[in-house]
Design a protein around this ligand. Structure first.
Ligand code: NDP
Length: 244
């Protein structure tokens, strides 16, 4: 039996494109009020206008703690609190370790790992008081590290590890923590890769299979947050069937 999200508030990071945008639509269709966050406010505002339930667009840079605090405060002011956090914002700047641009490592760690920690820190009091849920969007790269994705994988292993420890800490207080690990999904993610060889490899891989659509991942997230209170879906690994 799946539970309606009517009256619940979901804060989604990285809602301006890809998996986050699809998740915002899916959770809104399931009845939730949604808070759409990201740096590209125009995309968030136009998405908000197209959703069936109440939606608030808030500019948020997850690497900036003050920005995180302000976005959560805006959510509390508008909706009274946070029931569901979808910690989804992320970047993948693939490349070999040798000769890497260390600045790209810093951006990945600050966005994928530290950013998601800041969001949990800021929303946890509200989520605990409402017996809510935290969805950590990790990756298959949080389970299997591959050459060319060392630092991205390191951040996603970190996201997954944090989620399991957090789950143990809060599950007895009624908060569900869910790790979602998608495989290759058709989004803007690979467009930010600066290394030409890595960019070509990503394009070749994308052309070789039927990729997941953002809506496929959003549906997995919807499933995980609409279970009865005694059911904790702790982990979902979802891959393209064609991905060997
Ligand atoms: P997109 O590039 O389409 O979306 C990434 C989102 O993250 C954007 O909305 C972007 O918003 C946001 N973002 C990036 N940096 C920041 C920042 N500093 N502050 C706030 N928001 C930020 O890619 P996906 O939808 O694919 O990525 C979503 C998540 O899914 C990521 O965590 C990614 O690692 C994960 N994932 C993706 C897979 C794939 O194959 N696509 C596979 C496995 C996991 P804005 O630019 O507006 O700030």
């Amino acid at each position: 039996m799946s539970i309606t999200l009517a009256g619940k508030t979901a804060l989604i990071t990285g809602a301006s494109s890809g998996i986050g945008a699809a998740t915002a639509r899916t959770l809104s269709e399931a009845g939730a009020n949604v808070v759409l966050t990201g740096r590209r406010i125009e995309q968030l505002e136009s998405l908000a206008e197209s959703l069936p339930n109440e939606a608030l667009a808030v500019r948020l840079d997850v690497t900036d703690r003050a920005s995180v605090a302000a976005a959560v405060a805006a959510t509390v002011e508008k909706f009274g609190g946070v029931d569901i956090l979808v910690n989804n914002a992320g970047i993948m700047l693939s490349g070999m370790v040798e000769g890497a641009d260390v600045e790209e490592w810093t951006r990945m760690v600050e966005t994928n790992l530290l950013g998601s920690l800041y969001l949990v820190h800021e929303t946890l009091p509200s989520i605990l008081s409402r017996k809510g849920a935290i969805v950590q969007v990790s990756s298959t790269s949080g389970r299997f590290a591959r050459m060319g994705g060392a630092v991205y994988a390191a951040t996603k292993f970190g996201v997954t590890a944090f989620a399991e420890a957090l789950r143990q800490e809060v599950t007895s207080r009624g908060v569900r923590v869910i790790t979602v690990e998608p495989g290759f999904t058709e989004t803007e993610l690979t467009s930010h890769i600066t290394n030409p060889a890595m960019q070509d490899m990503a394009k070749g891989l994308a052309a070789s299979m039927r990729l997941l659509r953002p809506e496929d991942v959003a549906e997995a997230i919807r499933y995980s947050v609409t279970q009865p209170e005694h059911v904790s879906v702790s982990e979902i690994l979802i891959r393209p069937t064609d991905e060997v």
